[in-house]
Design a protein. Structure first.
Length: 367
């Protein structure tokens, strides 16, 4: 009966009169190599439920999936758990998704939705697509979770300072955590942007007097690190590293706000490679073991530079990207310490990974 049902749901494809467009469709294959496109609805120990594009739903044994597709489904399952739990692992009461009460004009980009209260959406539209093109070949597994390659982060380009201030206060008021409320209210007026802590949107105040291209790239790179590395549980070094990698790769600089006493902007307008090589030569490079255990918070310049260097190292070649993809898949399912990261990447020990990273820096890998 199960096998007959499996055969039937392959026959369903293409029979709908009016296909629906739900989010997060993915391609799965069975043990015989036949491929379908579905939206996974639920997973348990032995079965999964899914919906076809024609609206038909079904439930089948996980044992019918190919090993690669089984891994996709399990990764999807873990991502849902990450999104519904905090660092403690305790389930949070679900709330309605946040939505701004203001009205905006919607524009379509190839890979994003963008909203604005004015005429121009530059430079956000250009930067967003450049960030997409940067990470696409470096995080190939991430795109299977995006419907038709559409990044699930909405962009808001705001022209009115009053509107931006109102949006900041509305979002801060929706947040439950007092420390996050304070972070948004304190940071946004200085940087002219803020992001949703659930990676659903990014808001920027368009400033004609200052080029925000690098800042936008950094924010979106940070979000890609979050989406690829486990949602809310993504390691901080990966989020920071991807943000720095995007800005460094596209604009050869870094603009970061950090809080030390009082909010202020840190700007390094030069390439970071000489700084990192100098730190390595002088023995001042932060220990990689500590770097991989960083908690969200204020980072020193050397910690930011090292996060950039390690993330760039993981994306530095095709072979590295293959290993990186395995690591991202594991991070979607569980938190890993430094020794585990080394093992997942195929190194015999943490020391071997640490030395390979340092050799790459010394050879000018970040140039």
């Amino acid at each position: 009966m199960r096998w007959a049902l499996w055969m039937l749901f392959f026959a369903f494809v293409g029979q709908a009169q009016e296909p629906v467009e739900p989010a997060a469709f993915m391609k799965l294959s069975d043990v015989q190599g036949r491929v379908i496109e579905v939206r996974v609805l639920a997973v348990d120990q032995e079965e999964f439920s899914a919906e076809l594009r024609n609206g038909n739903t079904f439930t089948l044994p996980l044992s019918r999936l190919s090993p690669a597709s089984l891994e996709q489904v399990r990764t999807w399952e873990q991502f849902q758990k990450n999104e519904s739990t905090g660092k403690t692992g305790k389930a949070r009461q679900r709330r309605k998704p946040f939505k701004f009460p203001m009205e905006f004009e919607e524009r379509e980009l190839p890979h994003y939705r963008i909203f604005t209260d004015g005429d121009s959406i530059r430079p956000a539209d250009v930067v967003a697509e450049r960030v997409y093109n940067l990470f696409t070949p470096r995080m190939p597994g991430l795109w299977g979770r995006f419907e038709r390659g559409r990044v699930p982060i909405d962009l808001y380009v705001i022209h009115s300072p009053e509107q931006f201030e109102a949006m900041t206060k509305v979002y801060a008021g929706w947040l439950r955590e007092d420390d996050l409320k304070e972070w948004i209210l304190e940071r946004a007026p200085i940087t002219g942007d803020f992001r949703d802590f659930n990676s659903r949107f990014y808001v920027m105040l368009r400033n004609s007097e200052r080029d925000m291209s690098g800042q936008i790239a950094h924010a979106l790179g940070f979000e890609f690190g979050s989406l690829a590395g486990g949602g809310k549980k993504a390691p901080f070094w990966l989020q920071v590293g991807c943000g720095l990698y995007a800005e460094h790769s596209l604009y050869d600089r870094c603009t970061v706000l950090y809080l030390a006493g009082e909010p202020k902007r840190y700007t390094r307008t030069q390439n970071w490679a000489p700084l990192i090589q100098e730190d390595l030569a002088q023995g001042k490079l932060p220990p990689l073991q500590e770097l991989l255990g960083l908690e969200p918070g204020v980072l020193e310049e050397r910690e930011m530079a090292a996060s950039l260097a390690f993330s760039a190292f993981l994306m530095s070649s095709r072979d590295q990207v293959k290993k990186f993809e395995v690591l991202l898949t594991r991070l979607m399912r569980e938190e890993l310490d430094a020794e585990q990261v080394a093992g997942v990447l195929g190194y015999p020990s943490f020391g071997a990974m640490d030395q390979a990273w340092k050799d790459w820096i010394a050879a000018g890998g970040l140039d």
